[in-house]
Ligand binder design. Structure first.
Ligand SMILES: [Zn+2]
Length: 146
């Protein structure tokens, strides 16, 4: 399947690249939320966050921290968001995993969804569902920690 990020990595599509090493590339988002909005992308194609191998994710996180600092300083931002969108419902448009670094300025815009309140017992119900899934996948997590 055609992937715009793979095309950029292979040099077959243009991008404003700000960082590159053997495993990772970072370039400007073509439709920035704020100017300087940067994407940090593994050179290997993974569809989403859940399937990026631990070792690779660690290196991506370190690169994202490094680049976030550079973005913030270079555009004199007051703060920044680091986000990753996974799935259509979360706004993922390119199915090649990436982190977004979005520089933020005091009073630039509201990023706040309408917050919900749990009904009585609702919080425990959700926590139970998540605890059950957490324990189901604990072996995988423990395996990856080593
Ligand atoms: Zn790709």
């Amino acid at each position: 399947m055609e992937c715009i990020f793979c095309n950029i990595i292979e040099g077959n599509a243009k991008a404003e690249i700000v960082f590159e090493d053997e495993d990772i590339i970072a370039f400007l988002d073509i439709q920035p939320i704020n100017y300087g909005h940067t994407l940090i992308v593994p050179k290997k194609h993974y569809d989403n966050f859940l399937i990026v191998p631990t070792e690779e994710l660690n290196r991506l996180t370190v690169a994202t921290q490094y680049i976030a600092g550079a973005v913030k300083r270079s555009v004199k931002a007051d703060g920044f968001n680091v986000i990753t969108n996974n799935g259509d419902s979360a706004g993922q448009t390119v199915y090649h995993f990436h982190f977004h670094v979005i520089p933020r300025f005091d009073e630039d815009f509201n990023f706040k969804p309408r917050l919900k309140n749990y009904s009585s017992g609702g919080m425990k119900e959700y926590a139970d569902k998540i605890r059950s899934a957490v324990s189901k996948y604990k072996d995988i997590y423990n395996g990856q920690k080593n």
